[in-house]
Write a protein that binds this ligand. Structure first.
Ligand SMILES: NC(=O)C1=CN([C@@H]2O[C@H](COP(=O)(O)OP(=O)(O)OC[C@H]3O[C@@H](n4cnc5c(N)ncnc54)[C@H](O)[C@@H]3O)[C@@H](O)[C@H]2O)C=CC1
Length: 418
């Protein structure tokens, strides 16, 4: 290893040990010296701190993997276009970052450390600026989209259909960020729930979180005819074109959205791959899309959908067929009881499958750990740790963790709906 990554990691650990204080110092300094930059940031800075540390962590720990670092920085550069960030803003951020490191890593700070950070920041900002410039040649910084349908499936859940004013390219499994007129400069990630269509329509599954700014606005205060802004598509939870393996899709709650987009992609492509979709919900009434899923299952013999209820008051059953089915009033047979990560081993062998996992962050982490225990190589487990954490203090734009890792360092805990 060249000395620079070692120095970056050693000094960065000092910031990691005091994340709140160092982030406060960083932003305090940045805005005191550059007040014109404050309007580029959202009103509540708590979430921004998480994003800063997440990005720095990725940059520092990817120094030894240039291809991964370069892909990450390109995405970051493209994503920053929607905030109105311009090339001339970068030096001020770099100066505040180095001042923060100088202070919080004082015990290990040397001229070599200063030079290593200056070089790393210069390389990172150049990569971001260049990626943003390339992106600007073909894509807008954001898309204006009209809400063409708003299907309220429950008091706290809606399926929105959006029509972007111009085509928004994405792959099934990816997410877009959304801004509503109620909360300027506040963006939250939502997975697209359908494969790309000729008419360009996108569907989003949105659960209003308690105190959720954007999710509450989208579920309770949005009507057909309203407009929202969409950021560019991102995320690594996409089908591997080189793999013909059967798929296991593990979807918790609105984590169903990307799984459904992948199912639609396979239905359109005609690829002959078996797909097992496990749809996790707390209770039967939380299975907000089961009727649609049963219709897909009836239309495609390669698809098996199994509902998994974690908080059902009735006792669990043995899920091996013939399993105690969901009661007759449920929209279909074959339900299983238990937490999603815990039922995996009872439902089959997955070590030869390609697995996609989406849902609450703790569920993803536990599922990835369970799959690892069951012998699935981490290179075949795909997830994005998409964390809406919607609200004044809980937002973190979804960013993928390192391939196969159950959780990227620096991720804050998920907020529970309970
Ligand atoms: N690409 C992705 O990963 C996506 C993630 N999401 C996230 O999924 C979440 C969905 O929220 P809701 O619909 O309210 O889901 P929910 O809270 O109703 O939970 C859905 C399922 O996850 C399980 N679960 C929840 N917490 C768990 C834990 N700590 N350990 C194990 N299992 C757990 C539940 O038992 C249930 O089966 C949101 O946080 C959203 O940000 C949503 C869309 C896409």
């Amino acid at each position: 290893m060249s000395p620079e990554p070692r120095i970056l990691k050693e000094t960065f650990t000092r910031l990691e040990s005091e994340p709140d204080k160092s982030a406060d110092y960083f932003y305090g300094r940045l805005f005191a010296e550059n007040p014109r930059l404050r309007p580029l940031f959202p009103p509540a800075m708590g979430p921004q701190r998480d994003r800063l540390f997440h990005a720095l962590t990725r940059i520092v720990w990817s120094q030894d993997s240039p291809a991964e670092l370069s892909a990450y920085l390109a995405g970051l550069g493209r994503g920053h276009r929607r905030f109105g960030v311009r090339p001339e803003h970068y030096p001020a951020v770099g100066a505040a970052l180095i001042a923060t490191l100088r202070r919080f890593a004082a015990d290990v700070w040397t001229p070599e450390a200063e030079a290593a950070w200056a070089a790393a920041y210069d390389a990172a900002s150049t990569a971001m600026i260049e990626a943003a410039a390339r992106d600007a040649e073909t894509a807008p910084p954001w898309w204006v989209a009209e809400v063409v349908a708003h299907d309220r499936r429950a008091a706290d859940l809606a399926v929105l259909t959006l029509r972007p004013g111009r085509p928004l390219p994405y792959s099934p499994g990816q997410y877009v960020t959304v801004q509503t007129s109620r909360w300027p400069r506040v963006w939250r990630p939502y997975s697209v729930a359908n494969a790309p269509r000729a008419d360009g329509l996108l569907r989003l599954h949105v659960r209003a979180l308690p105190g959720g700014w954007v999710s509450g606005a989208l579920v309770r205060h949005t009507r057909p005819g309203d407009t929202v802004l969409l950021g560019p598509a991102a995320g690594a939870m996409t089908l591997d074109p080189g793999s013909g393996r059967d798929l296991l899709l593990v979807a918790g709650g609105t984590g169903l959205a990307p799984a459904k987009a992948i199912v639609e992609q396979l239905a359109l492509s005609g690829e002959a791959r078996g797909v097992r979709l496990l749809v996790g919900a707390r209770t039967r009434s939380d299975l907000y899309d089961l009727a649609d899923l049963r219709a897909l299952e009836a239309a495609h013999p390669w698809l098996t959908v199994t509902a998994v209820l974690s908080d059902d008051p009735r006792p669990p059953c043995d899920p091996r067929p013939p399993c105690d089915p969901l009661p007759p009033d449920a929209p279909g047979p074959g339900g299983v009881r238990g937490p999603l990560p815990d039922v995996l081993d009872r439902l089959g062998g997955w070590d030869d499958h390609e697995v996609y996992v989406a849902g609450p962050v703790p569920m993803i982490r536990r599922t990835v750990t369970a799959l690892q225990r069951l012998g699935v190589p981490l290179t075949r487990v795909h997830h994005d740790l998409l964390h809406t954490g919607d609200g004044p203090d809980g937002a973190l734009a979804g960013t993928p963790g390192p391939p196969g890792a159950p959780g990227a360092p620096g991720q804050p805990p998920a907020r529970s709906r309970r």
